[in-house]
Design a protein around this ligand. Structure first.
Ligand SMILES: [Zn+2]
Ligand SMILES: [Zn+2]
Length: 376
């Protein structure tokens, strides 16, 4: 009987030119297979991929996004696994549904966790369920552990992790060595990643995760009685996430009232950072934010409209003019009072003038990320 899967079935046959055959497992992400294939041959992943593609430094990029047809054909020839099976194990099919077409080559892909790669080191971007890794006969990384709306394991009901619990390093299986033998080991401190007690995932974050999965797989979803494509639904999710993050940075009493009425009060401790989308947030922060998103997505059209009107939110308070307004919200926004804000242009910051708290927080976060990378 074929094993259960959500995103792809894995390979149905394998006939490699290498000594040890390695099947692509159901829902396995392609980079995980590459590392497992290397370790099975008694080889470091960096050496292994250097042998396959001598002129391509795959681990300095996000290997899971796309592999060109020329490179994947060579991999198929060597591994005995079909090109289609490998392509289904990349992030491109799902990213294309979220983007509504082929996503851009260089920019961060919406709702796909960013690796923040610098040479072969990373800031993050890969999550894992310690219980899954502990139970796997052959531990492997799942495709859904790269998706930003995934914060928990539905099988074990626990929160995913994105750092080694022993040393705090991000998960970098490509930096393992031949003697590590399997992928459930931290590449930095060699602690087992399947160890320790799991922490439960919040019910709201789980509900959002289930809904976003269904919408990604079906190609459509419903909001306030209207059918949306996957791309439109994620665009709406972006709008609400941005609303929550804006409220977190310089919130208004009115929007706080709306979020409270909808049962989506902003949790304490969300990072105050501009420009960092959900793709760069750590799993604990995403869990909180996605719990709020669930309440906003789940609120009926009437409750959202009533909350906005009762509290007296204006169009300008609800929308940021620099961000696209999802068309499903346009009639609701048209019904809100229009009070354009006129701002006097701020004078240029002069040297010696204290920076705002927001600027300092952003600079600190940037510096912390840099230091973290240097220390490893
Ligand atoms: Zn699990
Ligand atoms: Zn570690």
């Amino acid at each position: 009987m074929a094993a259960a899967y959500t995103w792809h079935p894995g390979s149905d046959g394998v006939n490699p030119r290498w000594a040890v055959p390695v099947q692509l497992l159901p829902d396995e992400i392609v980079s995980s297979w590459l590392v497992r294939a290397a370790l099975a041959q008694g080889c470091d992943p960096l050496t292994f991929t250097g042998e396959i593609w001598p002129k391509w430094r795959i681990w300095t990029l996000d290997a899971d996004r796309t592999i060109s047809s020329e490179r994947v054909t060579l991999l198929s020839l060597l591994s005995g696994i079909s090109v289609a099976a490998f392509e289904a194990a990349t992030l491109q099919p799902i990213a294309s549904r979220i983007w509504g077409g082929l996503p851009p080559k260089k920019a961060t892909w919406p709702w796909i966790l960013a690796l923040g790669a610098r040479n072969t080191k990373r800031h993050g971007g890969l999550q894992y369920c310690p219980s899954c890794l502990a139970e796997d006969a052959k531990p492997y990384y799942r495709l859904q552990w790269r998706l930003a709306w995934h914060t928990g394991c539905q099988k074990h009901g626990c929160l995913l992790l994105d750092r080694c619990r022993a040393c705090g390093a991000p998960v970098e299986p490509h930096r393992l060595l031949a003697e590590d033998r399997h992928v459930a080991v931290c590449a930095t401190c060699k602690a087992g990643l399947g160890e320790g007690s799991p922490v439960p995932q919040s019910p709201d974050a789980l509900a959002l995760q289930r809904l976003a999965d269904a919408i990604s797989l079906q190609g459509h979803g419903v909001f306030h009685g209207q059918t949306l494509t996957t791309a439109e639904w994620f665009g709406l999710a972006d709008f609400f996430i941005s609303l929550c993050r804006r409220q977190n940075r310089y919130g208004t009493e009115a929007m706080r009232g709306v979020l409270n009425r909808l049962g989506a009060p902003l949790p304490d401790g969300l990072p105050v950072m501009a420009g960092a989308g959900v793709e760069r947030l750590l799993v604990h922060d995403r869990e909180k934010l996605l719990g709020c998103l669930w309440r906003l997505m789940d609120a009926g059209g009437d409750s959202l409209a009533t909350a906005l009107k009762e509290v007296g939110v204006t169009r300008q308070g609800f929308c940021n003019r620099r961000e696209p307004l999802p068309s499903v919200l346009s009639s609701l926004v048209d019904s809100l009072p229009d009070r354009p804000v006129t701002r006097n242009r701020k004078p240029r910051q002069e040297t010696g003038v204290p920076r705002s708290r927001d600027q300092v927080m952003r600079m600190m976060a940037k510096l912390r990320r840099k230091l973290e990378m240097v220390r490893r």
